[in-house]
Design a protein around this ligand. Structure first.
Ligand SMILES: CC(=O)SCCNC(=O)CCNC(=O)[C@H](O)C(C)(C)COP(=O)(O)OP(=O)(O)OC[C@H]1O[C@@H](n2cnc3c(N)ncnc32)[C@H](O)[C@@H]1OP(=O)(O)O
Ligand SMILES: O=CC(=O)O
Ligand SMILES: [Mg+2]
Length: 531
């Protein structure tokens, strides 16, 4: 008798988790919709991830990223993106945050123009976090979102909520709790698909729409896959072609060389590009992991005015405005500092300076991580951007060539910078394993992207041999092991987020840092251990 194949024994779509409370989200129809998206996208998604690996092999062999020869006609062609919907015409300040119930209400009420609801950098993607997020967002769209705090305070969405834009996970992350014929479905499709299935029609009826931020793309083909997934979803849901809108984060080094191409691939639905500066720095580190001449200094020194970051943000503005798309700025990591007025003033000044640089460069809007920063950023953009956006500012003066976009970054590696990287990478990973995707550490917002920078820098500094600190002391693995043990001990004995998973996080970080190769994403091995 023939042995039944995997396809015959496993059911088309299965959930490997407790679904109590999610029955209205995980309906048979919604799951069938996810299965269709999966069957359509999965083979290509795998090819695209393989193409990323192949490109990295070339970079490791010494090849430098560059503009593509085969897409020159797109870069030089005369075309623009489709008109931008009225609800998104003024996005001067956008607040971002996890899809947690109270925070969604606070973000919608924050006075920001847009709320980017984040299933990605600020979410530890446990099944409960991602599904609770879907329930919360569905309630927000239906107008039934409320939250009663343990101390009794009732949270409700006010009369003028920010416009909702949802960020699904990147193409690389699987959702192991949902399988199709035994194969995990992409996290990106789960976050996008469930949100679209339950909310797209309702949003369009409210003069808003199914709007998305697309993270961590590395090539125009990855954008094209999103375009086709959205077109399929529109077709399945009976929506007009192009009604789903996308803003793409340019947050990888390979993608900066394909910004025209990415806009072109999504031209019927793209609204803008965004400078995802933290992942971009991480991507610079990863792309050049074998290039000793492009090591980065302490992450505190890698600010937006260093040549490679300045060139990236200005080229993004020029590219977007040439195509009629918005050029969104990024996130300053400062958050309000309680109980220290001077330190708080200094932090707010840094945010103001960052937002001033952005608006004067020609950005059409910016990001903040905390409601208290909305008026700070708003004041700068209102003063310097009297129009809803700056599409008219073409920035034809910008000349960002390949060499500037990958220019080495001067600076120093200090003991304090090394130690801070160990502490942040450990504490963030430990908090993430407990289910928290964004944590304040030393008064800075730390999320998956900033933690990736911290752990990649450690790897880079430790695997290029013979590097020394500013005081000439050698940077070596014994020092790392010692710092890791010290911070693990400290975290274990504290009441900080992550205390319960400190040992697991330390083990993971030690493995990643001692490994001969820089791992592609911290969150991939960490996901195996996420409760
Ligand atoms: C690289 C990138 O991808 S950036 C984008 C991803 N990162 C983010 O989105 C960061 C989002 N920010 C956050 O998660 C939070 O601001 C943190 C974790 C950094 C700090 O949060 P907290 O420690 O709760 O800050 P704090 O105690 O000052 O909060 C005060 C109030 O503001 C609320 N709040 C803080 N940040 C946010 C936010 N981003 N959105 C909505 N509400 C928020 C808190 O819920 C709290 O509400 P309450 O007074 O009603 O209880
Ligand atoms: O997602 C934003 C970033 O800076 O990374
Ligand atoms: Mg990012």
């Amino acid at each position: 008798m023939a042995v039944p194949s995997e396809k015959l024994v496993s059911r088309p779509i299965e959930i490997h988790a407790d679904t109590t409370g999610y029955e209205d989200v995980l309906t048979p129809e919604a799951l069938a919709f996810l299965a269709r998206l999966h069957r359509f996208a999965e083979p290509r998604r795998r090819q695209l991830l393989e193409a990323r690996r192949q490109r990295q092999v070339c970079y490791d062999a010494g090849v430098l990223p560059d503009f593509r020869a085969d897409t020159q006609a797109i870069r030089e062609g005369d075309w623009t993106v489709a008109p931008i919907p009225a609800a998104l015409e003024d996005r001067r300040v956008e607040i971002t945050g996890p899809v947690e119930r109270k925070m969604i209400i606070n973000a919608l009420n924050s006075g920001a123009k847009v709320f980017m609801a984040d299933f990605e950098d600020s979410s530890a993607p446990s099944f409960a976090n991602q599904l609770d997020g879907q329930v919360n967002l569905r309630d927000a769209v239906n107008g039934t979102l409320e939250y009663r705090a343990p101390e009794g305070k009732l949270y409700r969405v006010g009369p003028h909520p920010a416009v909702l834009v949802v960020r699904p996970r990147g193409w690389h992350l699987p959702e192991r709790h949902i399988t199709v014929y035994g194969e995990p479905i992409a996290g990106a499709l789960v976050d996008f698909g469930l949100f679209a299935y339950h909310n797209a029609r309702a949003l369009l009826a409210q003069d808003r729409g199914p709007y998305f931020y697309l993270p961590k793309l590395e090539a125009m083909e990855e954008a094209a896959l999103w375009d086709e997934v959205m077109a399929l979803a529109e077709d399945e849901l009976g929506l007009a072609y192009g009604s789903m809108k996308a803003t793409v984060l340019i947050e990888t080094l390979p993608a900066v060389f394909q910004m025209h191409e990415i806009l072109h691939a999504l031209r019927e639905r793209v609204v803008g590009l965004n400078c995802g500066r933290w992942d971009y720095i991480f991507s610079y580190l990863k792309t050049f992991r074998r290039h000793r001449d492009r090591l980065l200094p302490d992450r505190g020194q890698v600010v937006m005015t260093v040549p490679f970051l300045k060139a990236y943000s200005e080229l993004l503005i020029q590219t977007c405005h040439r195509r009629g798309a918005f050029a969104m700025g990024g996130m300053a990591a400062q958050i309000p500092i309680k109980n220290d007025e001077d330190a708080n003033d200094q932090a707010m000044d840094k945010v103001r300076a960052d937002k001033l640089r952005e608006v004067q460069a020609g950005h059409d809007g910016t990001w903040v991580a905390h409601p208290a920063l909305v008026p700070v950023a708003m004041e700068i953009f209102d003063r310097h951007m009297p129009t809803p956006n700056q599409l008219q500012l073409k920035r034809d003066d910008v000349k960002a060539d390949r060499d500037t976009l990958i220019a080495p970054c001067g600076g120093t590696i200090t003991r304090a910078g090394f130690d801070n990287n160990v502490e942040v990478a450990l504490r963030y990973t430990a908090a993430w394993l407990e289910g928290l995707g964004c944590v304040p550490i030393h008064n800075l917002m730390e999320d998956a992207a900033t933690a990736e920078i911290a752990r990649s820098q450690l790897w880079q500094w430790l695997h290029h041999g013979d590097l020394v600190f500013t005081d000439h002391a050698p940077i070596d693995l014994a020092l790392f092991d010692h710092a890791l043990a010290t911070h693990t001990h400290r975290l274990q004995g504290s009441t900080l987020p992550g205390a319960r998973r400190a040992t697991d996080a330390a083990r993971l970080l030690a493995e990643l840092t001692h490994a001969d190769e820089l791992g592609s994403f911290l969150t991939l091995p960490a996901y195996e251990q996420l409760a």
